[in-house]
Ligand binder design. Sequence first.
Ligand SMILES: [Zn+2]
Length: 323
Amino acid sequence: MSCRIGMDVGGTNVVTGLFDSEGRLLRRSKVRTIKLSSCELIQQLAGQCKEILAAEGVRESELEAVGIGLPGFIQSESGVVSSANLPFNDVPVATRLQQLLGVPVAVENDVKMVVYGEYLHGAGKGYSHVLGLTIGTGMASAWVSDGRLHEGAGGLAGEIGHISFPDISYMCGCGMKGCLETVASTAGIARQARDGLKAGWVGLLAERFPPEIRDELTSHDVWQAYLDGDAFAGQVFQRTANWLSRVLVPSIALLSPDVIIVGGGVAAAGDIFFDSLRSYVSASLHPLYRERLRIVPPSLGDDGGLYGSAEFALKSRKIGLRI
Ligand SMILES: [Zn+2]
């Protein structure tokens, strides 16, 4: 039996999935990310691969390829990674891991891998043109067309979270002011609510978060307050959907996707977010686009990146990259 491994490596957890030759997920593991040095993290990734093979009783010689989704800027041809959330600054992750494991290793941006997984096996299955976004700690997008994941010049396609708007006043971690990601992210939802409370909002959020504990407020608290009937909390999600629509509308006109998959912690807010987003996007599009418009949540839960990276590794191996 041949098999492959897909990994989703974040600042908090390393999730590893072992797949059989038919692409079925056999086993999944999750451990805390070791972030002390690039060497230790690469050793940890190799160790997780060996552990999951042993746990399933699969010989290491049966492993065909390993794919990894990581947050940050990835030069996918060379597998060199620079990431603000991981101890990688121009580190050739693919090459080093390949030396440790003895099989081809493909490395790509984590959002691209999630969207690729959804295209193959999730909410994008059966469609030719799939646009996907993740709005979580950060925000990014990916575009798959006729089976091809679009990289763009320098591999930079999809970084829509760092488009800057003059009416967004927050500084972004990237060094720019007014990036979409500063409001359309889990931290952005909390930030908007904290600033609203400072400006005098009344209601459930104000009662639950008096000034002395206001800094503890999270996006989940905003969502809970909305569910409990707080009008201001609902407005935070509507406003965020409105900002996001400014980027989605031109993207839809430019690419004409069959389906748009929106995932991540903010999208988990559900109808309040999706209904607002559909409404704002529809209002600005030509009827021909509106009739086709499908904006949906992902269907693979947290496993989209595992499916995407495992398949991407196999595809990269077949076309001869990184060998
Ligand atoms: Zn930015």
